[in-house]
Design a binder for this molecule. Structure first.
Ligand SMILES: [Zn+2]
Ligand SMILES: [Zn+2]
Length: 273
């Protein structure tokens, strides 16, 4: 009768190869994974040749989540954007200013977690059309092509909204009233009422003659949408950006400035990466 071999207990760490519970590895295997998760995931991830190998069904494959592939993709987005600004603005075509604004804001995880986070909306004689792109270079190249054909259109960021940069607030004040900051176009666009007309309640900033300052009041307002991308005035980034701008004087010695009563509070989300 043969002796049944006993399952030997693992002596070395599966992640780093050091001897478990030794001086150099006083913690458990699980703890080792938690501590070195990113480098472990980076070593284990598959090797790829083309950008399409990284995505499945338009989303980042789980094998790359939490690995150095995310950093590689973020850097690639940045590089492709810069290439577009430096290389495509020629022969009478000007790269739209929202492109350099988007690049200056940096890139975030949702923009690499989706295979095609950019879109170009085109106004054709048959109506509005949308084409999605993986990076800003491809989007700008397409935009240049439609511009040469005499068509109008705009480059839009689909998964991410952009705040109105503080240095553009004065520029907005000079524009006609129908121009609003569109967070997804990252530029000023005209907004029209949706059809059929619809209203919703939201806090807006109104000037109080009596108090000689702005106040937040709840009002029923018309639902409007961006004429290029269709983003509505309901989005919190839109609401923040398109209120009257004021400079508040803070007395010397004041450490914490309270927001005005009734002002919408901003949710602080935990950053990924
Ligand atoms: Zn280990
Ligand atoms: Zn828009």
């Amino acid at each position: 009768m043969k002796a049944i071999p006993q399952r030997s207990r693992r002596k070395t760490c599966r992640w780093c190869g050091k001897r478990l519970l030794s001086e150099r590895h006083p913690h458990t295997e699980t703890m080792c994974f938690v501590k070195n998760e990113r480098s472990i995931r980076s070593k284990m991830r598959p090797k790829v040749k083309r950008i399409s190998d990284v995505y499945e069904g338009g989303k980042l494959r789980s094998a790359f989540v939490g690995s150095n592939m995310e950093d590689i993709l973020l850097k690639r987005q940045q590089q492709k954007g810069l290439d577009a600004v430096l290389g495509l603005g020629a022969n009478g075509y000007k790269v739209p200013r929202n492109v350099s604004h988007m690049i200056a804001q940096g890139f975030v995880w949702t923009q690499v977690a989706n295979q095609r986070p950019w879109a170009v909306y085109v106004f054709t004689p048959k109506g509005k059309r949308r084409k999605r792109f993986n990076n800003l270079y491809d989007a700008v190249e397409f935009h240049a092509r439609i511009t040469r054909l005499g068509l109008k259109g705009g480059i839009v960021s689909l998964p991410r909204s952009y705040e109105l940069p503080p240095e553009w607030r004065l520029r907005k004040a000079k524009l006609p009233k129908r121009f609003k900051w569109c967070p997804n176009c990252a530029d000023f666009r005209t907004f029209h009422r949706v059809d059929p007309a619809q209203r919703f309640e939201a806090p807006i900033k109104v000037w109080s003659e009596e108090k000689q300052r702005f106040e937040w009041r709840n009002r029923m307002i018309w639902l409007t949408e961006c004429q290029v991308c269709g983003n509505t005035n309901r989005s919190p980034v839109f609401r923040r950006a398109n209120q009257p701008y004021e400079v508040r004087k803070i007395k010397a010695g004041v450490r914490r400035v309270k927001p005005r009563k009734g002002a919408p509070t901003r949710k602080v989300r935990r950053k990924r990466l």
